[in-house]
Design a protein around this ligand. Structure first.
Ligand code: ADP
Length: 451
């Protein structure tokens, strides 16, 4: 087992990783930018190294600085968290080249899944159902027009290098498609330095359902059930729950088996998530995330499995030590992402948190690095806390979530707590009756009602 792990991230996830390490008796090294000197994970870690200025490109994305920090402190492994360098195959390779273990999959698997066109090809070859579409990169707009004509509109142009919903444009007819093709290429070039795009049928009422898997280095693979992440704004998740109100045990077992078989075929190792769109009883693969997900805690709450601990164990060469039959799903869990943003306009609202009081009690977990007096820097993602609640039933979980949101006090900055409260009080949400377009429609409807 590792003696010291460097945490190449910030915020709540850095703290989350620190906690897992502590419980395993592993020492931690925090790395931070000058904007994060007062961060909670920096305070709690055994050692801390400042790796650069506030701008992420010079600190949290600075591969050489992070590897030097690991060498100086004698860390034997690096956990990348999510975002930043977590899906950067070159970084994983560099880490391993320096004799340090990268806690995650192989660079090769990261490379394949990081290119969505290659990922779709691999998924198809491994038996996963995919969204009808171009099946590969588009070479010209004329090719896109031809495929769309055969397949039918609407269609969605997506960036091969995509992430965070960038480079994604829908089109309802040929004219729009010509425009979408151009825009998606431009946006993708600007965001990822790569303008490769592909096309999928734009599904009208799917849910986003993803399967969590764990695989060790010896071919043992299990799935930990699904997460329903259909509540999204601008293709970004806002609230997630497990189990999905749309799946029963039989459907879960069936897709779980398909996913585990595919993962075995691919030879993937460590934690990963296969994302699907789910419509009319059918699953369609959209991408695989080769890292820990923001929403992983809801899976932990219903399985009792600590995903970060498992990632570390697997990376150290341990066997899973359990099979699919050993995994028991119990109860229901929901996560609300709390962003420091105006809950109406979504304009980020960094600044000093004057007072912070997190809810507690049975079945309530708050993952956050914020404390009273903490200054939220303007430089990074606006998510400042995750409220994760669990209960024996979905209804019990909802009642608990309502009371936990009521108790949450974050003074000094605007947050999306009021938005979360509005969502969970909607009849559609209470009935589990929503898809990936629901939240945007709800926001449109309620803002026009106010006018
Ligand atoms: P990214 O990596 O940029 O987040 P994804 O492929 O994971 O992109 O898609 C993000 C979200 O965009 C999905 O959860 C879904 O809401 C929407 N989306 C993606 N592909 C489609 C599609 N073919 N039809 C409808 N919505 C889609």
């Amino acid at each position: 087992m590792f003696e010291k792990i460097l945490i190449a991230n910030r915020g709540e996830i850095a703290l989350r990783i620190h906690r897992a390490c502590r419980e395993m008796g592993i020492k931690t090294v925090a790395v931070h930018s000058t904007a994060d000197s007062d961060a909670m994970h920096v305070r709690l870690a055994d050692e801390a190294v400042c790796i650069g200025p506030a701008r992420a490109s010079e600190s949290y994305l600075n591969k050489a600085a992070i590897i030097s920090a690991a060498q100086i402190t004698g860390a034997d492994a690096i956990h990348p968290g999510y975002g930043f360098l977590s899906e950067n195959a070159d970084f994983a390779e560099m880490v391993e080249d320096h004799g340090i273990t990268f806690i995650g999959p192989t660079a090769n698997h990261m490379r394949i899944m990081g290119d969505k066109v290659a990922a779709i090809k691999t998924a198809t070859e491994s038996g996963l159902p995919v969204v009808p579409g171009s099946g590969g990169a588009l070479n010209s707009v004329e090719e896109a027009v031809k495929i769309a004509k055969d397949m039918g509109y609407p269609v969605l142009i997506k960036a091969a290098a995509g992430g965070g919903g960038k480079g994604m444009k829908s089109a309802y007819d040929e004219e729009e498609l010509r425009q979408a093709y151009k825009l998606a290429k431009q946006e993708s070039k600007a965001a990822f330095g790569d303008d490769t795009v592909y096309m999928e049928k734009y599904l009208q009422k799917p849910r986003h359902i993803e399967m969590q898997i764990l695989a060790d280095n010896y071919g043992n693979v299990v799935h930990l059930g699904e997460r329903d992440c259909s509540l999204q704004r601008r293709h970004q998740k806002v609230l997630e729950e497990t189990p999905s109100p749309a799946l029963n045990k039989e459907q879960r077992d069936k897709i779980g088996k398909v996913v585990c078989d595919a993962i075995k075929k691919i030879g993937y190792r460590n934690a990963g998530t296969i994302e699907f769109l789910y419509e009319d009883g059918e699953f369609y693969f959209i991408e695989m995330n080769t890292r820990l997900q923001v929403e992983h805690p809801i899976t932990e709450m219903i399985t009792g499995i600590d995903l970060v601990r498992e990632q570390i164990r697997i990376a150290s060469g341990a066997q899973l030590g359990y099979t699919q039959d050993d995994i028991k799903f119990s109860g229901h869990s929901i996560e609300c992402r709390i962003n420091a943003e105006d809950p109406e306009t979504f304009i980020p609202c960094p600044g000093k948190v004057k007072e912070w009081h997190a809810p507690g009690g049975l079945g309530v977990r708050v993952d956050s690095g914020v404390y009273s007096g903490y200054k939220i820097p303007p430089t990074y993602d606006s998510m400042v806390a995750k409220l994760i609640v669990s209960g024996k039933t979905r209804n019990g979980c909802l009642m608990r979530l309502r009371r936990a949101l009521e108790e949450f006090v974050i003074d000094g900055v605007n947050t999306t707590i009021p938005l979360q409260q509005r969502i969970i009080n909607e009849a559609d949400f209470i009935d589990g009756n929503y898809n990936i377009h629901w939240l945007e429609k709800f926001l449109e409807r309620t803002s026009s009602e106010k006018k």
